[in-house]
Design a protein around this ligand. Structure first.
Ligand SMILES: C[S@@+](CC[C@H](N)C(=O)[O-])C[C@H]1O[C@@H](n2cnc3c(N)ncnc32)[C@H](O)[C@@H]1O
Length: 280
């Protein structure tokens, strides 16, 4: 048997992660770790803790180790094989929630989230806007499994996840011209940039969630084209974009006939969201 303090001492160069991992393993608050350092833990917990800390020291993301990532105030379950939701994506979600509250308060609407991953975007909207029914689509089995677990975790009935290649997943459901909003944070890293990504992203997060084709814009082209069929007249198409892609994505929307196109910036002042409307 070994004490909590002894375990912490062994990894004193990474105390923060150590406290978090240990609190998850013991199923207690982080404050417990600080308050009861003299308490002993079982051999099983000790071994698991050492295994996870060694993995962490090799760059494995902490969020996969603890199986959780907070997004929009909700604790999402995540595991290897799905993208870890990013804080930057909250810009897109906050805009959509405000837009729904301003334009559709108390009206039932349909929202589509393409490339839904863990369900971060779809389920945040479903949680904060109960008048929205949100469809999420992803091509990855792991993403669909994880998003369904999160749907149960947050006890949401106004969301549904479908597996498939973008709009293919909606075929035969009669949802053409039915969406007030289509949102997406698609894979948008170009071939060239994938090589230069941070090791913790490139080595551990799914390539399927990152690879946006040669110039990174493949998904914006495909989704923009398909959105004309699935959006209602007046509907909003809204994307998260890479910080260098604002101008190009704006161009893709304009070319496809979308109007009143705008760009939103993130807290660092980078272009982060592009949106436009199907007016005709
Ligand atoms: C950048 S991640 C976004 C995940 C999530 N929306 C978020 O913001 O955290 C992109 C997602 O697109 C999915 N994806 C890749 N190709 C796809 C396709 N052809 N059709 C549907 N989903 C796809 C990946 O599996 C991945 O979950």
């Amino acid at each position: 048997m070994v004490s909590i303090n002894e375990l912490r001492r062994r990894f004193k160069d990474n105390l923060q992660d150590g406290v978090l991992i240990l609190s998850k393993l013991l199923n207690v608050d982080k404050s417990y770790i600080y308050s009861f350092g003299e308490r002993e833990v079982s051999k099983e917990v000790e071994d698991k803790f050492i295994e996870l800390m060694n993995k962490r020291q090799k760059g494995y993301p902490i969020q996969y180790l603890i199986g959780e990532k907070e997004f929009m105030g909700l604790d999402f379950y995540i595991k290897e094989g799905v993208l870890i939701p990013r804080f930057d994506t909250e810009v897109l979600v906050e805009y959509i929630i405000e837009y729904i509250n301003e334009n559709y308060k108390d009206k039932n609407i349909r929202v589509l989230d393409l490339c839904s991953g863990s369900g971060a975007i779809a389920l945040s909207i479903a949680h904060y806007c109960k008048n929205a029914f949100v469809y999420g689509v992803d091509i990855s089995d792991t993403a669909i499994e994880v998003s369904n677990i999160n749907k149960e975790r947050f006890n949401l009935r106004n969301a549904k996840f479908l597996k498939g290649d973008l709009f293919e997943a909606l075929k035969g459901l009669g949802l053409e011209d039915q969406f007030e909003i289509i949102a997406s944070n698609p894979p948008y890293i170009s071939k060239e940039e994938i090589e230069s990504l941070d090791r913790t992203v490139k080595d551990f997060e799914p390539l399927l969630a990152l690879d946006g084709g040669q110039d990174g814009l493949d998904f914006y082209r495909r989704i923009t084209e398909g959105s004309r069929t699935y959006l209602k007249k007046g509907g909003l198409l809204i994307y998260e974009v890479g910080y260098k892609q604002g101008g190009s994505v704006k161009g893709i929307l304009r070319k496809a006939g979308f109007e009143d196109i705008s760009i939103l910036k993130d807290l660092q002042g980078h272009n982060r969201v592009v949106f436009g409307y199907k007016r005709s």
